[in-house]
Design a binder for this molecule. Structure first.
Ligand SMILES: [Zn+2]
Length: 247
């Protein structure tokens, strides 16, 4: 008999949203501010330590289930690109970019990058991972992750790197960015409940990791790594019995 597995999204209380560079005590990936110390940096970061549904995870031992289709409705993104000291982030000012799943619409607010990848698939890490951060009308978050592997040049990555101001926290405008070149041809995905991978590590985030990677050239990967100055991936977190659904 088939078991129906439903992931119940939890409400996240009190998150304005991911603007880590602007609010809260400083955190990072090096020295005293490494991920293992985040919870010690502020009482607001306690979830980084005590949370039982933390991200990223190693996606292994998945359960195949009748999963609903993921509809991605991305057009041309206009907004700005900024090196916020933690990542390179593109803030989407359009109101019509969204994904839909389970009849629920999640609007794209921003996307950013990690090197190397944060999530792993069967223990495999990728050179980079893109996180597309969405929010629904109730303020619930959905992050869609795309693994980035070394290969052909990606024209959209090129545009982002060209527009990027090297100085931190100095946004530059970006117009009509075709982010569809960050999407693989097939939308098959892994799905699980998780958290922000940066302080305050808030839980109740729906994670969708697309199975197929997208390519970036070696030069583009090196340029992103240069902008980050150091690795910006939080280590893998324990699943604590969470199920990972694969469609
Ligand atoms: Zn991220």
């Amino acid at each position: 008999m088939k078991k129906i597995i439903k992931i119940v999204p939890m409400l996240i209380a009190g998150i304005g949203f991911i603007t880590p560079a602007i609010s809260g005590p400083h955190w990072g990936y090096e020295g005293d501010e490494i991920p293992e110390n985040w919870a010690k940096l502020s009482p607001d970061y306690q979830m980084c330590d005590i949370g039982r549904n933390q991200s990223p995870v190693n996606i292994a031992g998945t359960i195949h289930a009748q999963a609903n289709a993921l509809d991605i409705h991305y057009g041309l993104v206009s907004g700005n690109v900024v090196n916020n000291g933690h990542t390179v982030q593109i803030n989407d000012k359009n109101t019509n970019d969204y994904v839909a799943i389970d009849g629920e619409k999640y609007k794209l607010t921003q996307f950013h990058f990690h090197a190397p990848s944060e999530n792993q698939i069967n223990g495999q890490s990728y050179p980079m991972e893109a996180h597309f951060v969405h929010q629904n009308g109730d303020g619930e978050l959905l992050v869609m992750a795309v693994m980035l592997e070394q290969g052909n040049e990606n024209p959209t990555a090129e545009e982002i790197l060209l527009a990027l101001n090297e100085k931190e926290n100095l946004p530059s405008n970006i117009n009509d960015l075709d982010i569809r070149s960050f999407l693989p041809p097939v939308n098959d995905y892994y799905r699980f409940s998780g958290s922000l991978t940066t302080p305050p590590c808030s839980e109740g985030v729906t994670w969708i990791v697309l199975k197929q990677p997208v390519q970036l050239s070696k030069t583009e990967i090196v340029k992103f790594e240069h902008a980050f100055k150091h690795h910006n991936n939080r280590p893998i977190q324990p699943l604590h019995g969470r199920l990972i659904i694969a469609n």
